[in-house]
Design a protein around this ligand. Structure first.
Ligand code: PBG
Length: 320
């Protein structure tokens, strides 16, 4: 009784309702985070839909629509008016993300407001930390990252997500938050963030392409998975409440390996390049965007992600 013709796996595939009964992985909007870019009026632009920059007023309108459709979480990225060596725009009290948070917080008390904590959008050279003798200096970057995280939480962020890949930043941020009595604010660490070509469209939207060199001195080598688990382990030890793997689709094995090794919530970032590829193929008439997107997202969940940061979050209310 355990093989054909007694066993026929097609029996449960015959209709949509039968397939629904035995579906192992489901997508629900609650697990999704919509990334949003905020910029001063002078720096607004239209990038890919879902990745365009909003003004502070514009982001309020955008979030209004998202919340009305059922989206429960957003992640904010900022494009500052001016960039400098110390990434001042990242941590100053009236930085663009801080202004957006102050506008959004009182209007959407239930919404999960997360922020990306990094310096690359704010440094004149576009690297994720401060430079000393032409190299990104790990320990000197920690203080500015911690200051950035604290200023986001002061302005109303519910959670902070450091994406810089400096060693020890989770510890530094946890300590700084606790010092300001923000001990209840979780840290979602981009633990295994790879040096990836799939960030291309994001860097256009966020204006964060490094002016020299690349990020391989701090982001991970795409060839490594054991090292990714060490990154996750260190972040959990330093106090990360949840860990993230990024990008998602080319790294499903890493998501799976992390799932099997850690009991903390695992996030995956379905990055701009993953989104843009399907958008472009759909625009050329080569693929159906909705089907390709939903298949990608279910694969990321199936690999073991609990929550997913995706530019398709905005479309999910209509699609699911
Ligand atoms: C900031 C940051 C990046 C992304 C998220 N946070 C860019 C990078 O590291 O170059 C990429 C997100 C995406 O591609 O959608 N460091």
């Amino acid at each position: 009784m355990s093989s054909f013709p007694d066993v026929r796996l097609r029996r449960f595939r015959r209709t949509g309702a039968l397939r629904g009964l035995v579906r192992e992985t489901r997508l629900d909007l609650e697990a999704f985070v919509m990334p949003l870019f905020v910029a001063p009026d002078s720096l607004r632009n239209e990038a890919l839909p879902g990745m365009s920059r909003h003004s502070v007023d514009g982001v309020v309108r955008e979030v209004e629509e998202l919340v009305r459709s059922g989206v429960q979480a957003v992640m904010l990225f900022g494009v500052p008016e001016e960039k400098d060596e110390q990434a001042t725009g990242a941590w100053e009290d009236d930085g663009i993300v801080q202004l957006a948070l102050r506008a959004l917080r009182p209007r959407f008390p239930e919404l999960v407001l997360m922020t990306d904590v990094c310096l690359c959008e704010y440094t004149s050279h576009g690297h994720c930390g401060v430079l000393v003798d032409g190299e990104v200096h790990n320990d000197q970057s920690l203080e500015l990252l911690a200051r950035t995280a604290v200023s986001h939480v002061e302005a109303g962020a519910d959670a902070v997500a450091p994406s810089d890949m400096m060693d020890g930043r989770v510890h530094a941020i946890r300590e700084a938050l606790d010092e300001q009595s923000f001990e209840s604010t979780p840290i979602l660490a981009y633990s295994a963030k790879y040096a990836s070509a799939f960030y291309g469209p994001f860097r256009e939207a966020a204006d964060s392409t490094p002016s020299f060199g690349d990020r391989r001195g701090y982001q991970m080598d795409p060839a490594n998975v054991r090292e990714a688990l060490r990154e996750c382990e260190l972040d959990v030890e330093e106090g990360a409440d949840a860990i993230m793997i990024k990008p998602a689709l080319p790294y499903l094995d890493v998501i799976r390996a992390a799932r099997e090794s850690f009991d903390v919530p695992i996030a995956a970032y379905n990055v701009s390049g993953e989104y843009a590829m399907i958008k472009a193929a759909a625009a050329a008439g080569w693929m159906d965007e909705r089907q390709a997107a939903l298949e990608s997202l279910v694969a990321i969940k199936r690999a073991g992600a609990d929550l997913i940061v995706s530019y398709w979050t905005k479309d999910l209310p209509q699609w699911l």
